[in-house]
Write a new protein. Structure first.
Length: 264
């Protein structure tokens, strides 16, 4: 019996190692294919470093001549993120109630989840590109792009927060004969409101960074000034814009983190 047990243990250990080796080989093969498709080339990076160094040398000193205009553009980026996040939260409010399994009904749960997946699956950059064609260039297209993508992300996170609440208060409210609206208002929201508010702040922080990129498609903000400066090879102006972006993002991250700590 001892010999048989030892043999089975050795055999099990061998097959575990064989499965791990096969898995590791599969991962490496997939990664190798990805490197090939992505055209990753160390030699091209080495060849490009001198060019980057030349551009960095041309970026000093930073061009401060258009500082007022650049700060206005930075405020535009912040406005896009703030308004877009607010509209996204308004859209997410009813969606998250249908997408939370513990308070939704089956007939609404799966359609709501499909809508959330669609909104989250299409990036704000793509939405902004579509809305630039629909409503024209400018920050309004950026607001709409941020709002739609953010609504899906917020609704999913809100739905997960709702599903994680303790069922006791909700069950007690239902057993007392309270309507679904009263259950949500008096039994659910008091428990989850800090988490929901923290999620909105996190998404606002994320959208400030995301809104910078929207300028590439003509959706306004300081990202558009960055693209124009790169196209003109005005690297001293590019450096100024990067400094403004870093200062803005750092301040927003600190404010959002502080507010989220107070909420939780």
């Amino acid at each position: 019996m001892l010999h048989g047990d030892r043999s089975s243990t050795v055999s099990a250990r061998f097959w575990r190692r064989a499965r791990f080796a096969a898995f590791a080989a599969g991962v490496l093969a997939v990664y190798a294919v990805c490197l090939q498709i992505a055209e990753v080339s160390l030699s091209r990076l080495i060849e490009g470093i001198p060019r980057l160094m030349q551009w960095a040398a041309r970026a000093w000193p930073p061009d401060l001549s258009d500082m007022n205009d650049l700060l206005t553009r930075a405020a535009e980026t912040l406005a896009i993120a703030t308004v877009g996040t607010s509209i996204g939260a308004l859209i997410a409010a009813p969606l998250c109630l249908f997408a939370a399994r513990n308070i939704s009904v089956v007939i609404a749960y799966y359609p709501a989840r499909m809508i959330l997946n669609a909104l989250r699956g299409i990036d704000s950059f793509v939405f902004a590109l579509i809305f630039v064609a629909a409503v024209g260039l400018g920050p309004f297209a950026g607001v709409l792009g941020v709002a739609l993508h953010t609504s899906g992300s917020i609704a999913k996170l809100w739905a997960e927060a709702i599903e994680a609440v303790e069922p006791g208060p909700i069950e007690a409210a239902v057993m007392s004969g309270a309507s679904r609206l009263k259950v949500i208002l008096y039994a659910l929201l008091p428990d989850v409101m800090p988490s929901l508010s923290s999620i909105v702040l996190y998404m606002w922080e994320f959208n400030v960074r995301a809104s910078i990129v929207l300028g590439v498609v003509g959706a306004g903000g300081i990202g558009q000034e960055l693209k124009n400066s790169v196209d003109l090879l005005a690297f001293d102006r590019v450096f100024t814009i990067i400094l403004i972006i870093l200062a803005m993002v750092t301040a927003i991250d600190a404010i959002s983190a502080s507010l989220r700590r107070r909420l939780l």
